[in-house]
Design a protein around this ligand. Structure first.
Ligand code: BGC
Length: 739
């Protein structure tokens, strides 16, 4: 008996070693390794791989499960988020790979939304650069820094289209347009994942929030989303698809329901569209406790049933809900969830852990020296300054008051003029406000002889006691620069606003300063389009600077004094008042299009239809003139490409960049079409006086849409092609697509 036991023990050891050798043999194909490992796992261990917990370093909801370290040790938790920096990660990874039976390394996720330590402009701000290379670079730097601090997975890019500035999370996305949003989504995925998954300076991307999260009713975060499938597919889905097709490794579900079914339990979204239509092969993670929240949505009676709904719909990993951990085993035993589906979910997670190279070296993202030399490196700061200045949008510049002259007497005023903490914005990773250059410091770096400063008021509140000092220094100056806006926590998650004007007494401060008679330059620092009609009317100049991050002050100073000629264009419409919201450029004509001379048309009786600043709008210190757009053929066949050429001239006296935008309108179609839709853009640099022929190629895809019967394709007929520097001032040519 003893001999038999001994033999059994030896055989078992041999078996384990063989399995281990297969798992750890890097030469074997990922699929083989994942399957070998899967075959070795207990159901509990499998469920552990489908579980993701936060550490106590951060949360955006309830902490459901304490003691995550014990969960790692027992194999009950295979992934963590909100744990970063080399020392912290190394210790947790050590527990996973030394103290668990199968030694499966952990994934470490974090919201690296616009930088890890070097903070870049908020994504909405970066989108205003329309500069895909710069945006990719920003994501690349963020990924290089975060992966040097132990992380291998970021919950970005956020690609939710939104037409509602009340919704605080507009700051995290690329604005209102599916075409711009898609190109930016791809650029960010490329930047985050680098050359290939497994490179030490790259992370897994996570496209979020799938899907439609940017259209909550009334702009209130987490609220219901309901719209036609036509709208959903045309305007909201494209950036998710673009990111998936660009190779994003993971996808996060959204909190909202869509057409009555919560996204986290939505088979149509997670399986039919994501996997079957788009061929997504990575894994799907929930948003924070969004499985549990399906009970509140009222589609399941309890957490256990919610877990079943989620897994059966296509959710692989449970973020923070502890639902899979508590109930999935029972659900499998009861036959409510198939073992094969659990296996497939685990396989998806394991594949990526193998691809990341974590089995070869679980500490590959834990190099102290790399961490020290990478974070906030001068090169990264330079990249941040570059993207930051490109993200600034010049909204007004009366009498060319900007750029300023370094010898002018300047009164720098405003609650955000010397601020650092708000300038790194919401979702600021591991950013440190002390590393941020305030506007005051940015200007001071230029060593101006004549600079006075007064705060004037706070961002919020009613206290006007600082007005007098602000007015006093304004009177002694040649020009007033006033920095106003929002606090970082007024935008982002759970920060919707019903009033999107400037908070507190800031607008009053600006208007008082205007009355003082000196030209007032308003620097806006905010996380959403604001309704600022009075400021738009009375300020001499306005710069929309969003929250620009670590290099904010330097970048704004570059623009203020003309060291950089602004080139940003709005990625989202600025309304005149909140009553116009949702407001967006790609609206439909309606049967009674707006006519100022006819009461019975689509309009307000107490507000204009037009926005304060339209999508795509932004000025420069130079001027650009456009020729008439020309096409290579006025009649083209379906399936044929169409070439459009437009001549662009820098007609001013400075070098500058222009974002040339091309829009299309389908004049007659089987379903109503937007009055214009962005189909292409190019950012062109021209010296003063220089001209260039700018060429665009439109393919059949660009003329296609969801037809009456919901098939996707083009319908022959007439189209207007419009080209210009924003979505309103456009030159047009009409073409016809023949059958
Ligand atoms: C947010 C996600 C985020 C997650 C983890 C949630 O509350 O909606 O965008 O990735 O928390 O921090």
């Amino acid at each position: 008996m003893k001999k038999l036991n001994c033999l059994f023990f030896l055989l078992n050891l041999l078996y384990l070693n063989t399995i281990q050798a297969q798992i750890y043999r890097p030469s074997a194909a990922t699929e083989r390794r994942a399957n070998d490992l899967l075959a070795k796992m207990t159901l509990d261990e499998k469920i552990g791989q489908l579980t993701l917990y936060t550490t106590d370093w951060g949360s955006t909801g309830p902490t459901i499960r304490e003691g995550y370290k014990n969960d790692i040790r027992s194999g009950a938790c295979g992934n963590l988020f909100n744990s970063h920096t080399v020392g912290f990660v190394r210790e947790l990874q050590r527990v996973a790979v030394e103290e668990t039976r199968l030694k499966i390394p952990l994934l470490f996720g974090f919201d690296v939304i616009h930088g890890y330590k070097t903070i870049f402009p908020i994504p909405l701000g970066e989108a205003a650069s329309w500069d895909l290379e710069a945006i990719e670079k920003s994501a690349r730097v963020a990924s290089a820094e975060a992966s040097a601090a132990g992380l291998n997975w970021t919950f970005a890019p956020m690609v939710d289209i939104s037409r509602d500035p009340r919704w605080g999370r507009v700051m995290e996305g690329a604005g209102e347009d599916p075409c711009l949003g898609s190109r930016i989504a791809e650029a960010r995925v490329r930047g985050i994942q680098g050359k290939k998954i497994g490179d030490t300076d790259a992370m897994l991307a996570c496209v979020k929030h799938f899907a439609g999260y940017g259209a909550p009713i009334a702009g209130r975060d987490y609220n219901t989303v309901d719209m036609s499938e036509r709208y959903f597919r045309e305007f909201y889905l494209p950036p998710y698809e673009a990111a998936v097709r660009a190779g994003a490794a993971t996808v996060m579900t959204s909190f909202n329901d869509y057409d009555g079914v919560p996204a986290t339990g939505n088979n149509y979204l997670l399986t039919d569209i994501l996997r079957k239509e788009w061929g997504f092969r990575g894994f799907v993670v929930t948003d924070y406790t969004s499985i549990n929240e399906m009970v509140n949505h009222g589609v399941t009676a309890d957490d256990k049933a919610a877990g079943e709904l989620a897994l059966n719909a296509g959710v692989d990993m449970d973020m923070q809900g502890a639902v899979y951990q508590r109930f999935l085993k029972k659900s499998v035993q009861e036959g409510k969830v198939k073992m094969a589906d659990v296996d497939e979910a685990v396989r998806r997670v394991l594949r990526l852990k193998f691809e990341l190279g974590l089995f070869e070296d679980p500490y590959k993202f834990c190099d102290e020296t790399r961490q020290t030399t990478t974070l906030l490196s001068p090169e990264h700061r330079a990249a941040a300054r570059d993207v930051s200045r490109k993200s600034i949008v010049l909204l007004k510049n009366e009498n060319n008051v900007l750029p300023l002259n370094k010898s002018q007497k300047i009164a720098l005023i405003g609650p955000l003029a010397d601020n650092k903490s708000e300038l790194i914005g919401n979702w600021n990773g591991a950013g440190n406000a002390n590393d941020c250059v305030s506007l005051q410091e940015g200007i001071a770096n230029l060593r101006l002889a004549n600079l006075a400063f007064a705060r004037g008021c706070e961002v919020e509140g009613t206290d006007k006691s600082g007005f007098a000092e602000a007015l006093r220094i304004a009177q002694n100056a040649d020009v007033v620069v006033v920095a106003v806006g929002e606090k970082a926590m007024m935008s982002g998650e759970a920060a919707s606003r019903a009033d999107i004007t400037l908070p507190g007494v800031q607008e009053e401060l600006v208007l008082e300063l205007v009355k003082a008679g000196k030209p007032v330059i308003v620097i806006l620092m905010n996380g959403r389009p604001l309704a600022i009609p009075k400021i738009a009317e009375s300020a001499a100049a306005i710069l929309e600077t969003w929250w620009l991050g670590t290099e904010a002050g330097n970048a704004i100073a570059d623009v203020l004094f003309g060291d950089y000629n602004p080139s940003g264009k709005l990625p989202m419409t600025f309304p005149r008042s909140v009553g116009q919201v949702p407001i967006f450029y790609n609206e439909k004509s309606t049967g009674r299009p707006f006519d100022p001379n006819s009461k019975w048309t689509s309009k307000y009786i107490d507000e204009e239809n037009s926005p304060l600043y339209p999508f795509g709008f932004g000025l420069s210190y130079t001027t650009f003139s456009y020729g008439e757009p020309k096409v290579d053929k006025a009649v083209f066949k379906k399936g044929e490409n169409l070439q459009i050429t437009v001549s662009l001239k820098n007609s001013g006296s400075r070098a500058g960049e222009e974002v040339v935008q091309l829009y299309v309108r389908d004049l007659v179609a089987s379903a109503t079409r937007p009055v214009k839709e962005l189909k292409g853009f190019q950012k062109i640099m021209l010296k003063a006086g220089e001209s260039r022929e700018v060429k665009f190629t439109l393919t059949e895809q660009d003329f296609s849409f969801y037809r009456r019967d919901m098939t996707f394709g083009a319908e022959p007929g007439e189209f207007d092609i419009m080209v210009g520097g924003n979505s309103v001032d456009l030159k047009k040519v009409r073409v016809r697509m023949a059958d």
